[in-house]
Write a protein that binds this ligand. Structure first.
Ligand code: NDP
Length: 343
């Protein structure tokens, strides 16, 4: 053991419906010394992501459930403060890994450590636009939806971590892009900074189906789905023939306690010859090289922007997570849980 203490967030109860603060517990624990092949990392940033809601349920999925009484897990970035024998990393390296929700992490190969270069971009961007959410946007738009520049693109959850990258990737290739988001401030950012063609505030638009219809007089070529429910129905109604729908997420349903009815208009997939395909980003890591190249070029050309909403302190990680379901984040929701430099 080291002499260090680490605070961490554990799952106290499996949430039913909307997660509550009391479903989480802050605990302090000792910190083990790194063994062979491991490093001790002082975490600086951690990510909260909507997919974590699914891991709070005890069910079989593409990723195992969180365990009650155990610390949660998720993307984090920190600095190596101590190395075990035979480690690939050295003290001072910045690592991205999967042991977030704690101040110190003993990181071995199972935590998927990857070195990040702080001279390329602020390290936390590797949890957002330059990391998993950005790759999700890239894989969903280009591989799953088979986007072509002549496609008109509709993006729900457009001002979030994934959606905002989808919007700008499609815009950079010359497409007509419409996004929907839950506030006027988010819509303003989409129009003025992401420079999309139209933004719909779905909370004030009234009839979402009519708003989507009037934004797409010639129909939708690609729909990038982050939300589900009424958004999916509206998209199906206005898809062009041979349109493609990339189903990335359906956050509207993550806290449902009973199954939601499917879109009533799924029958339109027949006459419109639509293709609807879901995907999980971890099956598309082979695109990382192409993704980094394109993002590097777009950032350099001033055509890729992102926002961050930052909560401070490990004790505030649950409220950051809960905020995702209330639309409290613009762009990537992050928690700063340690000093920028640990060594
Ligand atoms: P976001 O940054 O978009 O944050 C979540 C946003 O969802 C909120 O800010 C809010 O924005 C919106 N939202 C929350 N509740 C609702 C609701 N009931 N109805 C409509 N909108 C709602 O998160 P991410 O970018 O990280 O993720 C976006 C989607 O992509 C999620 O569905 C997520 O699960 C999915 N995802 C899927 C992956 C995959 O591999 N398939 C990988 C990563 C993410 P607003 O104010 O606009 O309502």
């Amino acid at each position: 053991m080291t002499n260090l203490k680490s605070r961490e967030i554990r799952l106290k109860n499996r949430p039913v419906g909307m997660p509550q603060p009391q479903d989480f517990e802050l605990a302090e624990t000792g910190v083990a010394a790194p063994k062979a092949g491991e490093v001790l990392v002082r975490n600086i940033w951690m990510s909260v992501d909507p997919y974590m809601r699914g891991r709070m349920m005890d069910r079989e999925s593409y990723i195992p459930p969180f365990q009650i009484g155990q610390p949660l897990q998720g993307g984090a970035i920190g600095q190596v403060v101590e190395t075990g024998p035979d480690s690939h990393f050295k003290v001072g390296d910045y690592l991205q890994h999967m042991l977030g929700w704690r101040e110190y992490a003993v990181v071995g190969p199972m935590a998927l450590p990857q070195k990040v270069d702080p001279s390329l971009a602020p390290v936390q961007s590797f949890l957002g636009a330059l990391g998993m959410p950005g790759l999700t946007a890239y894989a969903g738009l280009f591989r799953i939806a088979a986007f072509k520049p002549e496609d008109s693109v509709f993006v729900s959850g457009a001002a979030g971590a994934v959606g905002s990258v989808v919007c700008q990737l499609a815009k950079a290739r010359g497409a007509y892009v419409v996004g929907s988001a839950g506030s006027d401030a988010k819509c303003d950012w989409l129009l003025k900074t992401a420079k999309i063609d139209k933004a719909i505030n779905y909370k004030t638009a009234g009839d979402l189906n009519a708003a989507v219809g009037s934004a797409f007089p010639k129909g939708i070529g690609v729909y990038f789905e982050n939300v589900g429910g009424a958004h999916l129905e509206a998209a199906i109604n206005h898809m062009r023939i041979h349109g493609r729908l990339a189903i990335c997420g359906m956050i509207e349903q993550y806290n449902n306690t009973a199954p939601a009815p499917g879109p009533w208009n799924i029958i339109m997939t027949i006459p419109k010859s639509l293709r609807i395909e879901g995907f999980v980003v971890s099956n598309h890591f082979d695109l990382l090289g192409a993704f980094h190249k394109e993002m590097g070029e777009l950032v350099a050309a001033g055509k890729m922007h992102w926002q961050e909403t930052v909560h401070h302190g490990i004790e505030n990680a649950p409220s950051a997570f809960l905020g995702l379901f209330k639309g409290e984040n613009s762009g990537k929701m992050l928690v700063k849980i340690g000093p920028d430099k640990a060594v």
